[in-house]
Design a protein around this ligand. Structure first.
Ligand code: MV4
Length: 446
């Protein structure tokens, strides 16, 4: 039985996990860098262990520091949150070897889904739709060019160990192919220490639709519906919502079945996300599987009533799923806006510093996940996300109105934020009508 969890993360997600543990009667251990002595997660946990200097490579990414803090504190499990070590198969493996419960899928599943080409081939074999593309690893542009001809232009060159947009280039024509391939490969080599690439036909103007799944250790796998994450900039999501306006009940059911098939094909256990591209003609394609809890999990929690972090802990502890597919009902509409310490008029440049004054609203249908407080200093070392504003109402129109009201009340002084920018998006006619694809923000900036 899990009695004590070490949270290998910081910020709002660390606080979110501490709260879930506390409600379950589980003790908590926070880890913190020297820059996070005054951070909320450090103060809220039952215990806190300093794991090194401010740069994450020496603290939140240090497997040795985190394993030793786990052993020393007597925690029986580690929750990795998102980012940092959450999708590092070596870290999950190290936990397994040290008899520490990693709250997430097994290291073999993380490794398999981390190789995007292998994930693609797994899905093809399971009958999950994938974009026409290559099946074998590619290492040189010449071999790639031949396959690109067969796939048909435009094509997208992707890093096998990539994901989230790094090591990716589009080639519109055969003339562009060699340069696109080589640029993407160099980027991949730099970022992942591996230049293995694969190709796909490039899908124009898609939406980003992802399905939340839950799977226990006994072969029970369910989906919790979708999130529409099309509003993003440079692969950083800005607004996420559930359900998507683009899905009919029939399409939701087919995509949900495909997501469950994808999870089963991967032998998946714990909470995960199956990402799809959705064309406006209703065609959908598997993109990637994320093996972590995601930033945007609260919108799914609100339309399903299921606490995803508690389910993750229960599953890791060997319990059966608390829900069957028939139990999952989508109620109302939820929207999340990410609030970042950044200046949208200076190309979204990060804006660390001290929050001199702050007011965050509440009220019916409002949830704010954050780890900031008045007087808190946002360190320059980490991600700029400060808070997530989540609203729930009976339909999308009312959820949009509620979010506008919330954004209008938020006060964060002393640093720059994207609150006003988010307010503008919530009033944009294309967002209001639901006519957005992954290029929405890019077009807005032009
Ligand atoms: C694509 C694509 C179009 N066609 N694959 C970006 C990150 C990674 N998850 C996959 N990505 C894309 N893959 C094909 N075959 C367009 C993107 C893409 C994208 C996807 C989702 C959300 C935002 C995006 C922004 C740019 C490109």
């Amino acid at each position: 039985m899990i009695g004590k969890v070490l949270i290998a993360n910081r910020g709002e997600i660390a606080v979110r996990i501490i709260r879930a543990c506390r409600e379950m009667g589980i003790e908590t251990v926070a880890v913190y860098s020297e820059a996070d002595r005054e951070a909320l997660h450090t103060q809220l946990a039952d215990e806190a262990v300093c794991i090194g200097p401010a740069p994450s490579a020496k603290s939140y990414l240090s497997m040795e520091q985190i394993i030793s803090a786990t052993v020393t504190s007597g925690a029986d499990a580690v929750h990795p949150g998102f980012g940092f070590l959450s999708e590092n198969s070596r870290f999950a493996e190290l936990c397994e070897q040290c008899h520490i419960t990693f709250i997430g899928p097994g290291s073999d599943i993380i490794r398999r889904m981390g190789n995007k080409q292998e994930a693609r081939n797994t899905m093809t074999a399971a009958g999950v739709p994938v974009v026409p593309g290559s099946t074998d690893p590619l290492t040189d542009a010449e071999a790639g060019a031949k396959i690109a001809e067969k796939i048909g232009y435009p094509v997208i060159v992707k890093a096998a160990l990539g994901g989230g947009g790094k090591g990716m280039r589009v080639a519109e024509t055969p003339e562009e192919f060699e340069a696109s391939f080589n640029t993407a490969q160099k980027e991949a080599q730099m970022a992942f220490g591996d230049g293995t690439m694969y190709l796909e036909h490039y899908v124009r103007h898609p939406r980003h639709i992802e399905f939340q799944i839950l799977a226990d250790q006994y072969g029970n796998t369910i989906h919790l519906g979708e999130r529409d994450c099309s509003v993003q900039r440079n692969h950083q999501k800005m607004i996420e919502e559930a359900p998507s306006v683009a899905l009919s009940e029939e399409l939701r059911s087919r995509m949900g079945d495909a997501a469950v098939r994808a999870a089963k094909a991967a032998g998946y256990v714990n909470a995960g996300t199956v990402e799809f591209l959705l064309e406006d003609n209703g065609q959908f394609y598997f993109m990637e599987m994320n093996t972590r809890i995601q930033v945007e999990h609260p919108v799914t929690e609100w339309v399903t009533g299921i606490d995803l972090v508690k389910e993750q802990i229960r599953i890791a502890d060997g319990r059966h799923l608390s829900y069957t597919q028939q139990d999952v009902k989508i109620t109302g509409h939820a929207i999340e806006c990410r609030i970042n310490a950044e200046n949208p008029s200076r190309n979204f440049r990060p804006s660390p510093g001290t929050i001199t004054d702050m007011y965050l609203p509440g009220g019916k249908g409002v949830r704010i996940d954050s780890a900031i407080y008045s007087g808190y200093t946002v360190p320059p070392y980490y991600d700029s996300m400060l808070a997530k504003l989540i609203v729930h109402a009976k339909n999308r129109k009312e959820a949009i109105r509620k979010m506008r009201s919330v954004l209008g009340e938020v006060i964060i002084e002393g640093i720059d934020t994207n609150v006003d920018y988010q307010y503008e998006i919530l009033n944009h006619p294309d967002f209001v009508s639901g006519e957005v694809d992954i290029e929405f923000i890019e077009k807005l900036c032009r």
